[in-house]
Design a protein around this ligand. Structure first.
Ligand SMILES: [Zn+2]
Length: 336
């Protein structure tokens, strides 16, 4: 019982402290963990009704365009998948994404988000996971609407009702676009250890991911202004060739911290300031400008979408992909 209470409190802390499953970087919200709500079940049963609910019978509320919509999971998931993964990805990767997106939605259904207490989820990828309406998809796809919508609906249907659990509860199924050989751990990124959000190998590389390695060039003044805005104590009195100091990487290869103007900045902060695609970067002075060279895309926690596609093309099925990126979790309610 004690373990379950702690687990529930931890999950609620994550709901408050951790951002979207979506691929873009979001800074953690530094709020204290809230108390358990009075009506929370301190000992939820993994055999509860949600465990056996098919997508057509599970309903959720979604804030989209200022309106709160009530949708079944079957209606909701294809609009997420269409926004999260290209139709050209392998079917097993699309299925893995469907189960991850369903799990993320169920997590949010169990732990309301203070940013929109009126709805379980929102359609803003900077907060929850992206969701595109049928109207938006018809506009996007035109005459190909029927073909593409059927493909995404099939990925949801093929995994109908399946979701990932840890100790019987839906997990916080974070995902991101692409990682540089290793995914990021939740602890390294957000400071909270989560047993199933740890750094794992991931197979994607330059041949698999468009824009896997990107560069960003800055004038010395642009670098100075960007850093000084968040770190006024940084010292830029010497020449630019002396501004960049020690760069420390974490186990996944991302920048844990880098000294700029003598001040140590977290890699995620540098990523945020300069809108880098990931926190796996080098920074060099070329003699007339600074150049960031960045590998991967997204925060790096949980399933890598491009990695899932590479695994699928190598023969892995959706269950194996999920087991790889969310180690130690159990897949519940999976169709045979
Ligand atoms: Zn949201």
């Amino acid at each position: 019982m004690k373990r379950c209470i702690l687990s529930a409190a931890l999950c609620i802390a994550f709901a408050m402290a951790l951002p979207a499953a979506a691929r873009r970087y979001l800074p953690p919200v530094k709020e204290p963990a809230p108390a358990l709500p009075a009506d929370a079940d301190p000992d939820p049963s993994p055999e509860g009704s949600a465990a056996l609910t098919p997508d057509g019978e599970a309903t959720l509320t979604l804030l989209s365009g200022g309106e709160v919509l009530t949708l079944t999971m079957r209606e909701y998931l294809p609009g997420v998948l269409a926004g999260e993964m290209p139709a050209s990805f392998a079917p097993e990767a699309l299925r893995a994404q469907a189960a991850a997106a369903r799990t993320y939605a169920m997590y949010r259904m169990a732990h309301s988000d203070a940013r929109h207490p009126q709805a379980d989820l929102c359609s803003d990828p900077a907060c929850c996971q992206v969701w595109l309406s049928e109207e938006a998809l018809r506009q996007r796809w035109g005459e190909s609407y029927s073909r593409y919508s059927a493909l995404y609906a099939a990925a949801a249907e093929d995994t109908d009702g399946a979701y990932l659990t840890w100790e019987g509860e839906p997990i916080l199924a974070c995902f991101h676009a692409a990682s540089p050989g290793q995914t990021e751990s939740c602890e390294a990124l957000w400071g909270t250890a989560v047993p199933y959000l740890v750094s794992v190998d991931t197979p994607e590389g330059e041949a698999d991911v468009p824009g896997f390695v990107t560069t960003a060039e800055l004038t010395p003044e642009a670098l100075r202004q960007g850093v000084a805005a968040v770190c006024p104590q940084a010292d830029f009195s010497a020449g630019p060739e002396a501004w960049i100091g020690e760069r420390v990487t974490d186990v996944s290869g991302r920048v844990a911290s880098i000294r700029i103007g003598g001040a140590a900045l977290p890699g995620t902060k540098v990523r945020e300031i300069f809108a880098l695609r990931s926190a796996c970067f080098t920074l060099e002075w070329t003699g007339d400008r600074f150049v960031f060279t960045v590998t991967g895309s997204g925060h790096g926690v949980g399933m890598s979408q491009y990695g899932a596609n590479v695994m699928a093309r190598s023969g892995a099925d959706w269950k194996a992909i999920l087991a790889h990126y969310y180690p130690g979790t159990a897949l519940v309610n999976a169709p045979a």
